[in-house]
Design a protein around this ligand. Sequence first.
Ligand code: GTP
Ligand code: MG
Length: 203
Amino acid sequence: MAFTVKTAEFITSAGLTLELPPPARAEIAVVGKSNVGKSSLINSLTGRNKLAKISATPGKTKLINYFLLNGEFYLVDLPGYGFAKAPKEEQKKWGELMEKYLSSGRVSHLIMLIDIRHDPTELDRQMFGYMLYYGIPYTLVATKADKLAKSKRKQAANALAKKLGAPPYATAYSSETGDGRAELLERIGAIVCPPDCGDTNGE
Ligand SMILES: Nc1nc2c(ncn2[C@@H]2O[C@H](COP(=O)(O)OP(=O)(O)OP(=O)(O)O)[C@@H](O)[C@H]2O)c(=O)[nH]1
Ligand SMILES: [Mg+2]
């Protein structure tokens, strides 16, 4: 049966000192360019509009924000990259924070977001390279799918994955309409509780 999010709660924010909460069953982190829709996706997935803070101004999320879902796994909101106006010092801090976090061995899965309307940027390629380098399993998601005609979404999402050099498959997602939500939840369900995990998660 379908995986559902029953509860979602904010746990903590962590910065460079990386004071992270005790590990949970899984830790799924959301990465992507600033303003691509990471925080919106977390709200849409959890059905909680005000859980993660959203802003039309890029660079809203500056810390690693932990949300505990169903009391058993973390969904983690990360600060975005590629915010052109960010001061050099801030960009440096972002790099240090991400390097520390991704090499911590805690991340069980990364959900990487790319805007469905734009080609991957150089920084997206770098991010993708980090993911491969650290050997972290990932899922690619093309955000803001509502900005494209329905008939073009699937193809555009898959083309993005291909351009990134990944197997040509990405989920087209819209936090506005809920497009792709069921598909991504199913994926998350499989990460949190693979077939052999011995749990009846999701009933
Ligand atoms: N049309 C549309 N707009 C979206 C969608 N997702 C996010 N947005 C808008 O995009 C802007 C940025 O959204 P956020 O969720 O704050 O983006 P973020 O990736 O968390 O940004 P940072 O925290 O700055 O890295 C906001 O104005 C959102 O309303 C979507 O699926 N469709
Ligand atoms: Mg954010």
